[in-house]
Design a protein around this ligand. Structure first.
Ligand code: ATP
Length: 269
């Protein structure tokens, strides 16, 4: 169930070199909802996600969690509230999968940093939920890209965050594992967690997100339910493609098919 506002971005602006990477983005997101971040390569999706995880500091604007600016939060406080699954799954050399998932518990451990039985149980549960329990004793560097992606999702689940931030979580996954992650996202949101996910697959985005934010060259071009954002004119303006957008024949969702590349400097700007 969608709850009250948990995350508020106000006029968030990020500058890199002499480029404005994120340009005055304002939005809010409620606990228990799934927010999808879509847009072309280089639109600023990862950068915007990293303003929520606190790893990128906006040049202007504010990021609030629970009404409090995260600028003043300690790294540990932030890590308790926000879990991040990055796009490039660089992993810690030599650790087993179980060790990596247990690391998700670190922000919650006491002064001596020792995991207890409850932490181990949460890690095992996260391994089960992501279908990675059979890999638990493997060294993470020996896993395939998709397996690694699932393990990092397991680590984030073990963290029990209030906000789960995922950057392209299904990019390396086969159809079945994409569904696994889709269901996990739904299940995590049902527990009251806010899920913010950057995703290129517009059909998956439509299926799993309550709301989509369409970013284009750092600017928020649209913010609303999937059916309102995945319109041919908006897709043309952001992605530079003519697209066919149709109701799905079997499911209560929509299909998006790119037909032709067109000039991106379209009618919307
Ligand atoms: N430190 C920086 N200095 C200059 N430009 C940067 C810097 N960091 C990122 N950029 C640029 O900002 C733009 C947005 O990058 P970002 O990774 O946020 O995009 P994205 O929407 O996640 O893209 P993709 O879909 O390709 O992952 C890119 O053009 C990138 O090259």
């Amino acid at each position: 169930m969608i709850g009250s506002t948990l995350l508020e971005l106000t006029e968030v602006t990020v500058i890199g070199g002499d480029t404005t990477i994120v340009d005055r983005v304002t939005t809010t997101a409620a606990a228990g909802s799934v927010i999808g971040l879509i847009g072309p390569n280089g639109a600023g999706k990862s950068t915007l996600l990293r303003t929520v995880t606190g790893t990128v500091r906006p040049a202007a604007g504010s990021v609030l969690i629970d009404g409090r600016p995260i600028r003043g939060w300690s790294a540990r406080e932030l890590a308790r509230a926000v879990a991040f699954v990055p796009q490039n799954t660089n992993v810690d050399f030599g650790f087993t999968v179980r060790d990596v998932v247990l690391m998700g518990r670190h922000p919650h451990l006491g002064r001596f940093g020792v995991e207890g039985p409850a932490d181990r149980e949460l890690a095992e549960a996260a391994l089960e939920r992501t279908g990675t329990a059979r890999l638990a004793d493997r060294v993470i560097t020996t896993l395939s890209g998709g397996e690694r992606q699932l393990v990092l999702i397991a680590k984030a689940l073990a963290q029990q965050p209030r906000i789960l931030v995922l950057d392209e979580p299904v990019s390396a996954l086969d159809l079945r594992h994409q569904l696994t992650v889709l269901r996990l996202i739904e299940a995590v949101a049902a527990t009251g967690c806010l899920v913010v996910v950057a995703i290129h697959d517009l059909e998956l985005a439509a299926r799993c997100c309550d709301r989509l934010l369409l970013l284009d060259r750092g600017r928020l071009l649209a913010d609303g339910p999937p059916a309102e954002v995945l319109r041919p004119d908006l897709i043309r303006a952001a992605f530079g493609v003519e697209a066919s957008v149709r109701p799905h024949p079997d499911l209560n969702t929509i299909t998006v098919t790119a037909l032709d590349a067109v000039d991106r400097e379209g009618e919307l700007r």
